[in-house]
Design a protein around this ligand. Sequence first.
Ligand SMILES: Nc1ncnc2c1ncn2[C@@H]1O[C@H](COP(=O)(O)OP(=O)(O)OP(=O)(O)O)[C@@H](O)[C@H]1O
Ligand SMILES: [Mg+2]
Length: 244
Amino acid sequence: MSETTSECIFSMDDVSFVIGDNQILTNISFKLDNSGITGIIGPSGSGKSTLLRLLNKLISPTVGTVTFNGNNITDISSSELRKQIGMVQQRPYLFAGDVQHNLLYGPRIWNIEYSDDKLLQLLKRVALDADFLDRNIDGLSGGEQQRVSLARTLANEPCAILLDEPTSALDIVSEEIIENTLKQLAKEGVKVVVVTHSLEQTKRLVDELLFLKDGQLVEKTTTKEFFSLYNDEEIRTFFKQKEE
Ligand SMILES: Nc1ncnc2c1ncn2[C@@H]1O[C@H](COP(=O)(O)OP(=O)(O)OP(=O)(O)O)[C@@H](O)[C@H]1O
Ligand SMILES: [Mg+2]
């Protein structure tokens, strides 16, 4: 893992998240202050998506504090956070209209007009052809929507991106392109946080990981150390549901 300090630093201090009687996350504390790719892993229902959503204030903790670059995120406006933190959710939400409209939307808020060339570069980074620019969102497959969602996020040039199972609906060729894009972004200094169900993807992509179980943070460690701490069978149970 790179030892360089990231300019986009997330932390949680004793965070719990409760809905009704349902304790979803319990006393979570960590600091992500290295550049590189952080993975959030754990069985289905362990709280991975909830944790990711807390990091950019889509939801707020019941108890505890989430900070971004040392500031409590309740003190940062949502629009400022959205500018700096990109997010690709498990079920992508796209604006009605065509792909081009989706890609141009964010930059236009900041009065930036993208050239056709730049739009095509964005599509290339997410393994989509140029003819996708004019395609309507309604006609796209789940995997294509995920990739448009990532391209739209990249159009804002965020300093961090949060991705929830970004390649779950992709074939292996597209998956490899997306993984290479994420590695390249990490090299460029973008902080990448990715939820994944895949053991193999974790090995290929992730530098350090947070391992959640039953809403608790069980390990925060480098990927290398994680695979030396547990035996194969234990690790397979941590990744159960979507086994490769
Ligand atoms: N808005 C909500 N209302 C009630 N329960 C919720 C809500 N959001 C999440 N949960 C519950 O919290 C738990 C954790 O959900 P979460 O989506 O964070 O899990 P996950 O680890 O991302 O699972 P998966 O791997 O299946 O995507 C689950 O039991 C889920 O049913
Ligand atoms: Mg999830």
